[in-house]
Ligand binder design. Sequence first.
Ligand SMILES: Nc1ncnc2c1ncn2[C@@H]1O[C@H](COP(=O)(O)OP(=O)(O)OP(=O)(O)O)[C@@H](O)[C@H]1O
Ligand SMILES: [Mg+2]
Length: 364
Amino acid sequence: MDPDPKEPLSASDPTGSWGLHRELKAASAVATFAESPPAQGVRPVVEATTRKKAQPAKGRIIAVGGGKGGVGKSFVTSSLGISIARHGKKVVVIDADLGGANLHTCFGLSAPSLTLSDFISRRVESIDDVILETGVKNLRLISGAHDHLAASNLKYTQKLRLLSHIATVDADFILLDIGAGISFNIVDFFLIAEQGLLVVIPEPSSIENAYRFLKMSFYRHLWRALKSSPSRKVVEEAMDQKNSDGIRTPIDLLDAVERRDSATGRYLKERALSFRPRLLINQVRYPEDERLGASMASVCRRHLGIDIEAIGTVCFDESVWKANRKRRPFMLDSPESAAGSSLDLVAQALMFGSRTSARLERQN
Ligand SMILES: Nc1ncnc2c1ncn2[C@@H]1O[C@H](COP(=O)(O)OP(=O)(O)OP(=O)(O)O)[C@@H](O)[C@H]1O
Ligand SMILES: [Mg+2]
């Protein structure tokens, strides 16, 4: 059992309780929020208390999440992996969707017999033992756990071992495809990464889940930053949406900690700055969908105090299912398609640390 005292927000908790309901509706209708300026600077490495101190990450870890199922997390992870590998970097993609692993299908592979399950259950000692070739040059795969019960109920110690070993994988880039939901087991994969990429589609449920995911990840990030501080209790309280302290948003939380202990409050505000996920809008069909990323970034900044960057958009593209039907990895089948070109721009923005929106580059 994860020893954290607080459970994540319940799925039924309405986002209205964040005081964001109107904004969410407006964002999902792609209302005219002011375009947010691009964030400055390269995002610093997020501290990972779960990572073994003696084993710093060898490669850059990028986690692809989204809070909601079916938005294209696996499609984006596999496509970015192939794109980065085609730029000559060594890549390992890891299927960290412990409840519904299927990343191998994006590479046209049958379910491998050696998976993360073998590592989690210690049938093999090293994570290197479950790394598989994909047939794509420079790109290897760690396939997801298939014994769902064991995997999705990952014990706390198993999670720590897994997270610390992921950081030792020898590659330039390690891409994590993380599952849907906002449980700590999912959020912790997001937080181990140097860069968290949130995949959202222009649908209200996806937008709502993405806000929930962001909020829970941010609270967890702050909780981890406080380590043994007594102020951790305030964060734990805040994770309960119906807390009696009246803390409804991360901004409330940071203020509450500062009121309790001004030095810790200042420290936490500093640490809060290192939480800077990026947002990818997938399955875009209409021109107004292109503005969703900027709208969400604006809402996050004003209401949650979280600085996110809209890194790009990917259109809904028929060539994706055509590649699926052929069991061909999309980025090998249709790299020149509209979706393929956008994904390659996003891959380059991630690789070269450019803060320039891939969408803006595409327009030029
Ligand atoms: N831009 C796109 N254009 C067309 N189809 C897409 C696009 N993005 C994703 N899809 C399709 O949407 C479906 C869901 O994608 P995917 O499996 O990657 O989602 P997911 O978020 O990983 O889902 P899950 O949470 O169930 O693992 C797939 O059939 C995928 O091919
Ligand atoms: Mg998936």
